[in-house]
Design a protein around this ligand. Sequence first.
Ligand SMILES: [Zn+2]
Length: 511
Amino acid sequence: MQLDLKLTGCRALTMDPARPAAHTIGIWQGRIAGLDEQVEGLPAAETVDLGGAVVLPGFIDAHTHLAWNGRRTIDVTGLATVSGVLDRLAGAPGTGWIEASGYDPRIMDRPLTATDLDGISGGRPVYVADLSGHACVVNSVVLRQLPGITSDGWLTENEQLAARTLRLPYSLDEIVAELRTSAGQVLAEGVTTCAEAGIGAGLIASSPLEAAAYQRARLPIRVQLMVSAYVLHDVAADPADGIPRAIDLGLHTGFGDDMLSLGAMKLWTDGGMIARTAALTEPYAGTDNSGQLAESEEFMRAAILDGHRAGWQLAIHAIGDRAIDFTLDAVAEAQRQRPRADARHRIEHCGLVRPDQLGRIAELGMIPVVQPTFLHAYGDDYSEIMGPRRAPWMYRGRSFLDHGITVAGSSDRPVADGAPLRAIEFMVRRRSSGGRAVGPDEAVTVEEAIRAYTLGGAYACRKEDVLGSLTPGKLADLVVLGEDPRTSDAIADIPVLATMVGGNLVPQRSG
Ligand SMILES: [Zn+2]
């Protein structure tokens, strides 16, 4: 047997407890053929000496938005004055919609309004998305097309969705370009697999043909597509199947191949903390606002029951503790009605978890898919709006692990920085970008944080048989780093030297 490639001089942290370290990795036909003495005696078509570089399994971003992230909109991130935002938007090229993103109402001198935007629109529709994707500001041209909505321009959740829908669809060529931009960006940060969090309909959908764009794009990373629960519809299946609603052809989680597959069914049960729409059991500190559920409980319960019945893994967006209560109740009900072993339903974000909810998450075998970089970027603000009693409950780490819960790491890019090494650093240190300690008791070890971005992500995507560790037989996906995160005092700054997807070693720019 001749290997395709032999990597020597590695300091590999395999994440496989059966063989945690390795210095030589043999690759054949896109898979890991063996480690160390298993392959040292074998010839190889090519041998690359990594010169003592650190090698980890490729990072898995278990919840991201590649198309949205790659969208070419006018960036108003960090602008804190209405005049600053208007200056940036004025004279936007093109003729159709003027689209901007990164608006942050929390830092503005005063709220941006439709009237402000009318001044620079030249009669074109204007859509300024906030950082979280849960709110926007639009101009009067857009508002006029939304009869029944009374607003000065600021729209959240379903009203925002109505405005967004006016802009749809994007063309396949536009989406393909967005995906390719994002794929290059994530690879440079060591990410080799992404789960796209909700295509087909809902808040961040681009086109009813979205899946075709992923197929056409032939990206250099592996992608799993979560499908929006809004596309569930009645099907006339044999009653013996017990599946009243499904998507066309009965497709569900697991369909596809190692490069592109269907993941979970995505459902939104509340909003977000940036827009103050995450549903809480007690109000945001100093207000009487407790956020809101995304839809009627009846609608959301039916989606969970029917998605579960149709064989889907569920990925349920729930940030506030009230949304998490609802999610746990509905999933427990689904399991009572139709017990499914290893259904492995996920809670996307799982942002504010009361102590009494930890045991229930464990009992139901649910997987929190967390975004540690939210707290790096927004931890100061979130700590204020949760208040001192609840702040330590946000985006937990240690408590989940102590309850035997598998944690998956993710970015929710472009809502926050997508680099896994920054997230890993946060999980270990629990320090916001402003230097504030955020839930320091939830700190985990470096290995545990890496696990969330490798094996944890693979488990959340039901791909742990082929991804997540450097184990013979698994797919040859890895990242080569300039320094060992276990001994680094600046994990986020460690250079990514190269990535490998399916045995294809690609040097990265940051190296
Ligand atoms: Zn998301």
